[in-house]
Structure formats: structure tokens, C-alpha cells
Design a protein around this ligand. Structure first.
Ligand SMILES: Cc1cc2nc3c(=O)[nH]c(=O)nc-3n(C[C@H](O)[C@H](O)[C@H](O)COP(=O)(O)O)c2cc1C
Length: 155
């Protein structure tokens, strides 16, 4: 019987383009694993069905005013009631970009993920200041690690 392809959902928001670049690199790394389908979506275009269909999720948010982007919060608000019970244990990882901090956004998203009862798959990433090429390469590797682990059944 043919093995069903697993899917990795990458949700992000970006106003100024920085998280756009980071999420693209994460997704590029994730796509190196041919057996995993990578779905990259802006949070405003994603809904509970995306969540219900994925086998792991990565969420990228800029820090705005000490917390996650409003559109990321909106995604959580719109999907919680429909998807919470059915996504218990979903492997997840978070990545944040910020001018100089990012800890508020990371903490708040982590708390919400705990509310969904998701399972932290890998260390979250926080990029403060303009991303360097090394930051981008690290995120690409993070994406690859998550999708490889998903494919091998580690997560
Ligand atoms: C409205 C607004 C609020 C921000 N608030 C914070 C903040 O509280 N802490 C911080 O470190 N950076 C803050 N920043 C900087 C952004 O987090 C940073 O520039 C980030 O890379 C923007 O990502 P984006 O280009 O994907 O929108 C803020 C930027 C904007 C536009």
C-alpha cells in the first residue's frame, strides 16, 4: 500500500518583508524532504482546515508591540474551537523576528500552543535585528530537520 505523504504547514505573517524571507527559507529547507508536502501560507489566508490536515506546524511571527503579529493571534482565535481537540500532540516549532527583542512574541505564542496541547518538536528561534545569512541558513536547516523528523516518524 502506498504511504500517505505527510504534510507540514508553515504559517507566517509579515508586514515589512522580513518574516516573508525567513518563512520562505524555512519552507525551502522543509521541501528538501521529498516525502513531505510543505504548505506555506500567510496566517490571514489559512483556516482550521489547514490545521486539521497537517502533521506538523511551524509558525513564524514578527514581534509587534511586545507580542505576536495580530494576524497570527487572529489565526489562533479563528481555529481554536474547531481544531483544538483534534490537534492535540501536533508537533510544532516557532520562529520570531524582531527589531531588538522578540521574547514577548515567543512567550505568548508558546502559551497559546500549550493551550492547544501541541508538542514542541524543536527549539524555537528568535532573530533580533536584521537577519544575517547565517540566520537564514539556520532557519533553512530548522525546516529541513522538522520535515526529516516528520518523515522518519521521530515527531
Ligand atoms: C508596529 C511595529 C511594532 C514593533 N514592535 C516591536 C517590539 O515590540 N519589539 C521588537 O523587538 N521589535 C519590534 N518591531 C520591529 C519588528 O519586529 C521587526 O522590524 C521585524 O523584523 C518586522 O518583521 P516584518 O518585516 O516581517 O514585518 C516592531 C515593528 C513594527 C512595524
Amino acid at each position: 500500500m502506498e504511504k500517505k505523504k505527510k504534510s507540514l504547514l508553515v504559517i507566517y505573517h509579515s508586514q515589512g518583508g522580513t518574516m516573508d524571507r525567513l518563512a520562505q527559507r524555512f519552507a525551502r529547507g522543509a521541501a528538501l524532504e521529498a516525502e513531505v508536502a510543505v504548505i506555506l501560507k500567510k496566517a490571514g489566508e489559512a483556516d482550521a482546515n489547514d490545521l486539521l490536515q497537517c502533521d506538523a506546524i511551524a509558525i513564524g511571527s514578527p514581534e509587534y508591540f511586545g507580542t505576536m503579529a495580530g494576524m497570527i493571534k487572529d489565526f489562533f482565535d479563528r481555529t481554536f474551537e474547531t481544531a483544538q481537540e483534534q490537534t492535540i500532540g501536533l508537533p510544532f516549532v516557532l520562529f520570531v523576528c524582531a527589531g531588538n527583542d522578540g521574547r514577548g512574541a515567543l512567550t505568548q505564542m508558546d502559551r497559546i500552543a500549550a493551550g492547544y496541547k501541541w508538542r514542541k518538536a524543536l527549539e524555537h528561534r528568535r532573530i533580533a535585528g536584521p537577519p544575517t545569512e547565517q540566520d537564514l541558513a539556520d532557519l533553512e536547516e530548522l525546516g529541513h530537520t522538522l520535515s526529516a523528523g516528520l518523515d522518519f516518524g521521530i515527531f
